[in-house]
Design a protein around this ligand. Structure first.
Ligand code: PAF
Length: 286
């Protein structure tokens, strides 16, 4: 496995792989890798990537002024070991100055899809995500890129960007990987004390309750929203949103629904956690 931090060396390594006929697969990350990220590496291989690239970059552009950029976990030595063990070919670890040199003034922005939910609670977040991912696509030239569906809205926004800009890459959303008990795996779970981790299960309990109601025949969007909200409100310190939305457009649903995604964001102790489940499609959180 090779590790590269300079942009030109990274681009050259990806060019060489493509010239040798490899199918380049990309897994963009912010590091602090866990089983959820490693499942993305497996997925990119399953999608036929013969040259697997992981990027590790804590992208300052996607953090708001009062967010956790400064304390975001950085575990590069372990990340590199985990990538090597999983059969990654190339890890890209640029620094802020390489990605955003003096004079940088270009951003990529998806409009409607970025407005609600995470976009409303984290102004500027998606602009940072789409800008960095567009840059990573440009530098890597992947055939396929895999993202976790825990960040469901991010996945849909990146699909939209890729389609709208005709970028020649297949964007794949991989199902959420959960810890025992149901908590969605996240680098931010490291912020939780044992008590907070227990309370954080309120999110997956809310999703499970909605999924069970769906399985029992409930199809009313308002009822499903309230069923999901109960356990979240009981456990979390504050709730940013619990919403039942169309899985493709992310528009809020009302009345009787035939397809539905439940989206949740809530604060538990020092962590802001998000989770989601497509009713009748995704498995019940364990
Ligand atoms: O999902 C993430 O870890 C980040 O938002 C991403 C896609 C790597 C962009 O920085």
């Amino acid at each position: 496995m090779e590790r590269v931090s300079e942009l030109e060396a990274f681009r050259a390594a990806c060019d060489r792989a493509r010239a040798a006929g490899e199918r380049v697969g990309l897994v963009p990350t912010m590091g602090a890798l866990h089983d959820g990220h490693l499942a993305l590496v497996d997925e990119v291989k399953r999608r036929g990537a013969s040259f697997v690239v992981v990027t590790v970059f804590v992208n300052p552009l996607q953090f708001g002024a009062n967010e956790d950029l400064g304390r975001y976990p950085r575990t590069l030595a372990q990340d590199l070991e985990a990538c090597e063990a999983r059969g990654v070919d190339l890890v890209f670890t640029p620094d802020d100055g390489a990605m955003y040199p003096p004079g940088f003034q270009t951003h990529v922005e998806v409009e409607g899809l970025t407005q609600p939910f995470e976009g409303a609670h984290r102004p500027g977040h998606f602009r940072g995500v789409t800008t960095v991912v567009a840059k990573l696509f440009g530098l890597t030239g992947p055939c396929v890129a895999v993202f976790g569906r825990k960040d469901y809205q991010q996945w849909r926004v990146l699909e939209r960007m890729t389609r709208d800009l005709n970028l020649p890459v297949e964007v794949v959303g991989h199902p959420i990987v959960r810890e025992e008990g149901g908590l969605a795996r996240s680098s931010r779970n490291r912020y939780l004390s044992p008590d907070e981790r227990e309370r954080a299960l309120g999110l997956s309990r809310g999703l499970r309750a909605a999924a069970q109601a769906w399985a029992a025949g409930t199809r009313d969007a308002a009822a499903l929203t309230e069923i999901a909200r109960g356990p979240v409100e009981d456990a979390a310190d504050s709730v940013d949103y619990v919403a039942v939305v169309d899985p493709t457009t992310l528009e809020r649903l009302d009345g009787t629904v035939s397809r539905a995604l439940v989206l949740i964001a809530a604060h538990v102790g020092p962590a802001r956690l998000i989770d989601n489940l497509e009713l009748g499609v995704d498995p019940l959180p364990a």
